[in-house]
Design a protein around this ligand. Sequence first.
Ligand SMILES: Nc1nc2c(c(=O)[nH]1)N[C@H]1C(S)=C(S)[C@@H](COP(=O)(O)O)O[C@H]1N2
Ligand SMILES: [Mo]
Length: 524
Amino acid sequence: MNQPLVRSPHDLDGPDRSAPVRPGRRGLILRSAIGGILAALAGLAAGSVAAALLGTRQTPVVAIGSAFIDRVPPWLKDLAISLFGTNDKTALRIGILTVLLAFAALGGYLAVRRYWVGAAVVIVLAGVAVIAAATRPDTGQTGFVPSLVAGAVALIILRMFATRLSGLLDQPDDAVSRRGFLQLTAGVALGTVAVGALGRVVGGRRSAVTDARAALQLPVPPSLDPPAGVQAAGATPWATPNDDFYRIDTALSVPLIMPADWKLRIHGMVEREISLSFEDLLKRSVVHKWVTLTCVSNEVGGDLIGNALWSGVLLKDLLTEAGPAKDADAIQSTSKDGFTAGTPLSTLLDDRQSMLAFAMNGQPLPVEHGFPVRIVVPGLYGYVSATKWLVDIEVTRFDQFEAYWTPRGWSELGPIKLSSRIDVPRSKASAGQVTVAGVAWDQHVGVSKVEVRVDGGPWQQAELATDASIDTWRQWHWTWDAPRGNHVLQVRAFDAQGNPQIESQAPPAPNGSTGLHSVDIKVG
Ligand SMILES: Nc1nc2c(c(=O)[nH]1)N[C@H]1C(S)=C(S)[C@@H](COP(=O)(O)O)O[C@H]1N2
Ligand SMILES: [Mo]
């Protein structure tokens, strides 16, 4: 009754523990682990089909991953971004799958000896996924079902493996049991692949949304070309193509919204609630504006920044129509998947042209960038303003709510900090005339000067490219007569009032990194 759970009946008979594991036993361990892993994979495949049929994104892996993302501490999020960049989501999926399968292997090993002990491992794993899915804000009523289905299928298959393999416990070399295991393995593997393929066919929601996106006719900007003179030779392209635009969000699987189903409610401390469909939005007067978006998680010298031509409707117009109460000071914007941002009302009502954007560089918003509608506020980090897959705006007061990142260690307010970056050279150069170039930004304040220095020497003024507006980044370049050897290049910017960039180093949390970008250059 009280023997350790992992012991087999052999152990009870008192085998010599110091004896080398018999080949038959090692084979049993391997087979039982394979059984556990296949049971889990079959469950996951069934869960994906269930998710596709129900039209939910909450497969077991997505459910666990999303719950994980909501709970990870800021330092770990930053570490993930710096290790994996925009691939952090793929890394998380692989990580979760690896952990799940490792536990499943253990479950398989245990189940052969005592089915219910192995089954308990599967039940706990499925239970975690069910709870994770059920506590998501965006799962609706059925989000937990795929995890439930996955758990049930995994249990059934685990039972089949346990039954087949238990024969090998007493007779490790029993040919009939071995053949039974092989047949079951082949059957389950084939079944899993077939069910997985079915899931792909059924999961047509993504293609329905991409088709609807492709079919949209949106107001076209007068020109997609950057204003004249904004590009400095050698620097990053001033206009960031949609495919190269950084992506940061908590959505492990992107919300899929059909434009025809999209509705936005503007409510709360207003005189008149407004409800808008996508069609209503397009009927309103449209603005096109270049705005540089920046992520608060951007490290000094990092690339979580991009500049695009956004098209949309002014929030100022909509909010004025709704009539905010005098003592309201914020909006809380909510995404389809439950993400929220808190934005000062003043930044939406002033002249900076904050907007509900539906297009990016003349294209409907890419699905990953918030299709069909997101917010763009010049001058604020994305986490306090740029809600993608927007579905709700509540006019309120900062003392009435906490947005998504606030209880997770980030400041309530997130104005972008003056910063600058060296784009070229990054590591090597040939002796002689070298173009040093990069970008500087201080959205909605403006950049007035950029300086570069070599090896801690005197600051030298760089040449600034044309300024498109105070809401976009500004490019600069400087010609360096580079001598051979190892050198350190540094850059610093000044804002429109002539204030220099903060030189002391600070990490991204809680409200944006500071410090000067330095690069080590080997001149040969
Ligand atoms: N729905 C939703 N919107 C979101 C986020 C999110 O996690 N969920 N992240 C914000 C953050 S932190 C940033 S920096 C910007 C990034 O926008 P992008 O991915 O289009 O570059 O989106 C903002 N909008
Ligand atoms: Mo961000």
